[in-house]
Design a protein around this ligand. Sequence first.
Ligand SMILES: C[S@@+](CC[C@H](N)C(=O)[O-])C[C@H]1O[C@@H](n2cnc3c(N)ncnc32)[C@H](O)[C@@H]1O
Length: 274
Amino acid sequence: MADSPTAHGLDGVARTLLTPLYARAHAARFVPESSFRDPLAADLLARTGYADPEVIRDRPNMLGGLHRGMVFDALTEAFVAEHPTATVVSAGIGLCTRNHRLAERAPGVRWVGVDTSEVIALRRRLLPDEDITLRAASITEPDWARGLPGADGPVLVLAEGVLVYLAPDGVRTCLDAVRATFGPGTELAADYFHPKLAHSDRHPIVKATGARFLFGVRNGARLAQHAPGWSLVREHGVMERLNPTQRVAAYAARALTLGGRAYAVAQLRAHARP
Ligand SMILES: C[S@@+](CC[C@H](N)C(=O)[O-])C[C@H]1O[C@@H](n2cnc3c(N)ncnc32)[C@H](O)[C@@H]1O
């Protein structure tokens, strides 16, 4: 399998999962100062049989992906500390190994992962024994979450590196489906680009995968307003976590965004009434 450049069989937006996987696999090189390590990601990456041009591995992308992952880990840990038997649903799970990284610290959590059929098939092949419920579905379909575990208790939905690739209508359908299925109190965390940056076809990921950025919002409050019945709980900076030199580029982007964040993670909560 590792001999073929397309051994993983992924194309388009599905292929974008390789870049954050590569970042996590190489955490020791890119964020030596942090305790974040993911040896399972390194093993999975090797077994995808990826080809070098399919991965965007410049330092800003690697750091962005790693710090984003750390932000999602931290907000997941905070949620499950409050709700130890919560269900955590990863929408667009790719080959994310959060369920393995946090398993010991969150023993009562039920893990659920949703992605396209090709990605779920690959994940099942590479991780046949993991303790997770997987579903092959598009999160832009109105019933993608129906029947998943979680309707009986607190749910956190993680949309990491995925809403940016959906059309605005698809994002709305996804938020509507989460609220309709899991109900009030459900939380959803998602990263977003500012609209000034979200639609750039010059981003190297476009060349490497064919996927395009289709969605951007000015801030987390705007993301909450994108579908009825959501409010912003908090915003988590990603670029602000970088060291002072790396941060220069992040702040330079603020000129383009008229002071708004170029990229961040928003944590939303669903309500009973719009
Ligand atoms: C950049 S990867 C992120 C993967 C994972 N969340 C991570 O951070 O490692 C984007 C993922 O979203 C998935 N995806 C994109 N559009 C989707 C859709 N409409 N329904 C389900 N999954 C989707 C892709 O297949 C891919 O696995």
